[in-house]
Write a protein that binds this ligand. Structure first.
Ligand SMILES: NC(=O)c1ccc[n+]([C@@H]2O[C@H](COP(=O)([O-])OP(=O)(O)OC[C@H]3O[C@@H](n4cnc5c(N)ncnc54)[C@H](OP(=O)(O)O)[C@@H]3O)[C@@H](O)[C@H]2O)c1
Length: 290
């Protein structure tokens, strides 16, 4: 089996690596905080000291990092991904970042005769653990074809969207809806509560009614139990809404609702809730309305 490198062992990266290993690939990992590599090392992953070492070892290098700044520093930084890119090497960035930053990186990769895909994911930690992510891919179609088998070890819906940056543009569409959905759910449940209807009762209607959405399944317990243990950080949804607004500005598209929702998430981050799950937008609104 081919050699695969993986950079970024956070909430998503770690289960994604486990599934790549399960599929039989030889895996080398790198994470800025070294201790996060230990469990994977004891399961047989090689551990690199730098991103460069990962790329030197691998045919495919995947990164799963927080944002554009993180990907930029791992790619361009000393002993970064760029320093070892070359012919026959494929770089797949699965992080949710600015599509413009990703397009620039793809030009550098291709300048070094390598290949690149943007391949952001949706489905959160449980889907990553089950190897059932939906992966939306931008880049050259032939690079996609070469990478499909590897991507299938982490996901069950692997969808080619179009040229470089298209995977990320699709991801923005997804996260605009996700953020608005979560914020609307939080606001509506609070209004119901203020009128004497408990969240439990509200969900027993909503989960079976015309307003149903998957966010209700995923985040019902967080709201009922007031537990916002992070699965997807609230500050990450805020960054995604900001990338979405960047995309809207570039398209001269007035994304009126998205900018309202982004402001709500920004307020929640300012209240110190950024490291909680993004469903803590409910907590932020409740504190504002109490
Ligand atoms: N969680 C979800 O449900 C979900 C779902 C779909 C997509 N995503 C997207 O997937 C990406 C990763 O999310 P996550 O939930 O796995 O985040 P996370 O748990 O916070 O992990 C972030 C990873 O990025 C690394 N990192 C951050 N800044 C860095 C820098 N400057 N240099 C090097 N490494 C850096 C972290 O390293 P350290 O360990 O050293 O901090 C860690 O490995 C994000 O773009 C997110 O939007 C998340």
């Amino acid at each position: 089996m081919e050699n695969v490198g993986f950079i970024g062992l956070g909430k998503m990266g770690t289960p994604m690596v486990r599934n790549i290993m399960k599929a039989g690939y030889n895996v080398m990992v790198y994470n800025r905080t070294k201790s996060k590599s230990e469990a994977l090392a004891s399961d047989g992953a090689r551990v690199a000291k730098t991103p460069k070492e990962v790329v030197e070892f691998s045919k495919f290098t995947i990164s799963m990092l927080t944002d554009s700044e993180a990907v930029g520093s791992v790619f361009y930084g000393p002993d970064g991904v760029a320093s070892a890119m070359g012919p026959g090497k494929i770089y797949i960035d699965a992080s949710t970042i600015s599509y413009k930053v990703s397009e620039e990186i793809s030009k550098v990769v291709e300048g070094k005769m390598g290949e690149m895909l943007d391949a952001p994911v949706t489905g959160s930690v449980p889907a990553a653990e089950r190897g059932e992510l939906t992966i939306m891919v931008g880049g050259k179609k032939e690079t996609f074809e070469k990478s499909k088998k590897l991507l299938s070890s982490m996901g069950k819906n692997i969808i080619y969207i179009g040229p470089h940056g298209s995977g990320l543009k699709m991801k923005m569409v997804n996260n605009i809806i996700l953020g608005a959905n979560m914020a609307t759910l939080a606001e509506a449940i609070l209004l119901g509560e203020q009128n004497g209807i408990s969240p439990d009762v509200q969900f027993s209607v909503l989960l079976n009614g015309s307003a149903y959405s998957r966010v209700m399944d995923l985040k019902k317990e967080n709201i009922i139990k007031n537990n916002f243990e992070p699965m997807f950080n609230l500050e990450h949804e805020m960054k995604d809404l900001n990338y979405a607004l960047e995309m809207a500005r570039s398209s001269q598209f007035p994304a009126v609702l998205t900018s309202e929702v982004a402001q709500l998430f920004e307020i929640a981050v300012k209240k110190g809730l950024g490291k909680m799950d993004f469903s803590a937008i409910y907590k932020a609104l409740r504190e504002a309305y109490d």
